[in-house]
Design a protein around this ligand. Structure first.
Ligand code: SAM
Ligand code: GLN
Length: 284
């Protein structure tokens, strides 16, 4: 038996010794999720006693974290766009910088837009597609992924946030023939160059799906295809929003320009100052 204050203290020390860069935060997030409570409750009741059984169960979670497993896979959930998403090892853990993609789409479309058809390519956990379906009530969101396991998670997340009735899921590579014309293409495709992948942190390489990240010699294999094939799918005046990685702005800019049918091409930075979103409009 142990009280919350002591347990948090002890866990923080263990995680720090195990090399976690954010041991106190990890300890709190793990414990909140384990006890199905919130930060406020942890703070106002530090004297709450955990049973032997609870301590033993929690210690298994702490061991997993010490072995480098990301917190979100241990708790089975991750917050994105203030919505809680189920995650497992079939899906990439949604990244905070991907919220920039949502912000950008919402500059043009919102609660007042009607009859909108959006495609989220490589939906993973469904984070992007579900967040957009929640924010744009009249939108139909088509979510595709090559991974069946990911689509199962995305479906459950759509359900969880009341968006399942307005979402369609397709298993297949990029655009499947069943998709039809769309008003908006949005995607956070894999974009890590082959030779950069081995340099990613061990926690990512050992636990997150490789096929969610790796994207050919220049990391733009998916952008190239989406920009090319997307031109035929996008309605005139429709918009495309793609997440990009470090150093990819110039290349993605020329991919859009070379296609000839895009206009209003622009880029925006994330809150860490990195170019993160590429956007363009299909000429009318
Ligand atoms: N959209 C999610 C997000 O932002 O958190 C996941 C993005 S993850 C970087 C890329 C996703 O693309 C993965 O779910 C992966 O399975 C999927 N993917 C990889 N190759 C694909 C392909 N050829 N066609 C469709 N999806 C693909
Ligand atoms: N931003 C992710 C990472 O740092 C990469 C996401 C992607 O390839 N789309 O791991």
């Amino acid at each position: 038996m142990m009280d919350i204050r002591t347990l948090l203290h002890q866990t923080t020390r263990k995680l720090a010794a195990g090399g976690s860069p954010s041991p106190r935060l990890d300890a709190e997030v793990l414990l909140m999720s384990f006890l199905k409570t919130d930060r406020l409750q942890l703070c106002v009741h530090p004297e709450r006693i955990l049973t032997e059984e609870e301590c033993a169960g929690f210690s298994l979670w702490v061991d997993r974290r010490r072995q480098g497993e990301p917190v979100a896979y241990i708790t089975g959930e991750k917050e994105f766009w203030s919505l809680l998403f189920e995650v497992n090892r079939d899906v990439l853990i949604p990244r905070p910088e991907t919220e920039c993609l949502i912000e950008e789409v919402l500059k043009y479309y919102g609660p007042e837009s009607d009859d909108l058809r959006i495609i989220d390519i490589g939906t993973g956990s469904g984070a992007i597609g579900v967040a957009l379906a929640v924010e744009i009530p009249a939108a139909i969101v088509v979510a595709t992924d090559i991974s069946r396991g990911a689509l199962e998670v995305a479906r459950r997340n759509a359900d969880r946030h009341g968006a399942a009735g307005r979402m369609e899921f397709f298993e297949g590579s990029l655009f499947t023939s069943a998709v039809g014309e769309v008003d908006v293409i949005v995607s956070n495709p894999p974009y890590i160059p082959d030779d950069v992948y081995p340099l990613l942190p061990e926690g990512i390489r050992a636990f997150e799906p490789r096929e969610a990240l790796i994207a050919g010699p220049d990391g733009a294999a998916f952008h190239r295809k989406i920009i090319r094939e997307g031109a035929g799918l996008l309605k005139p005046g429709g918009r495309i929003f793609l997440e990009i990685g470090e150093g990819q702005k110039g290349l993605v800019d020329s991919l859009f320009r070379d296609e000839g049918c895009y206009t209003d091409i622009y880029f925006r930075k994330d809150y860490g100052g990195m170019e993160r979103v590429a956007a363009a409009r299909r000429k009318i």
